[in-house]
Design a protein around this ligand. Sequence first.
Ligand code: SAH
Length: 328
Amino acid sequence: MELLGQPSFRAKQLAQWLYVHHVNSYENMTNLPVSLRESLSERFPLHPATLAERRISHDGTRKYIVEFHDGACVEAVAIPSKIDNRLTICFSTQVGCSMQCAFCATGKAGFERNLLPGEIVDQVMLAQEDMGQRVTNLVGMGQGEPFLNYENVLSALRILNYSKGIAIGARHISISTCGLLDGIERFSHEPEQFTLAVSLHAARQATRDLLMPRMATNQLPDLQRALRRYTQKTNRRVTLEYIMIQDVNDTEDDLEALQAFCSDLLCHINLIPINVLEDSSFRPSEPRIMRRWIESIQSCGKEITVRNSRGADIEGACGQLKRTKCFT
Ligand code: SAH
């Protein structure tokens, strides 16, 4: 608005139209002067995203395929919780992903492009409208690696957090990274209290390199140091995500390595029984192994939870998101 020589209150009006009323055209922004609407549509055309597909799980979870103006698609998932009336949206940050993690469907199709801030925000707004309920929590755990699209992701988080817009509290917004050190460092300097989650999945180097080949240049002691610096700087706890895969990363040695990794780290551990993918021999750990890990980690005074990945029947669960093209 400054660029257009407009007073600053116009920016607030515009933000309300975009992020509260979610209108798709400047023409509908009736409290803006016609001449301003015209120059906005000329200089900053709007490209509204659309819902190309929706699938509803028997557990109430909904998976959406969101299509952008160039035909690129990402998946977003709405996860309602009746018990505490929460609505969590899991959004994507890139079309496809370049990380090639062995257990995740997204990387299989490769990387296509980064999402723009508006394309990230649109996923949340479309899901919120479809659910007819206010979003309470956000997780950046869909397709893509958020820290490889750092600036656009942060801009989107700021829009989603903006108090006169969608207004989701920073503490209710989590971003998950495969552990890019520069990104973790940068995130620690952000003033908002966003939550950081890190996909650890193995605390032994050789196993992690096998599961997350693109992270192989990234040594675990360096990751540990980066996380320690992050918690010291922010005073905030990080979440360590750990997918449990039978006989791959769930041995006693793996448990010991995990305990050593997090022994003096302010963290919370989130165990995730792997969701089985097509063409993959990885299977979830046995319940008795899960129990052993939970008890053992709790006895060291660490908080540990088990993720209940919802929406597996609609391929909406963690690691199952893979669509990058729309065929509508
Ligand atoms: N690139 C980021 C964001 C994607 S997050 C990251 O790696 O963190 C995707 C979440 O789903 C992460 O917690 C990831 O570890 C988890 N995930 C991926 N594949 C999975 C699978 N097959 N089963 C269960 N969880 C999986």
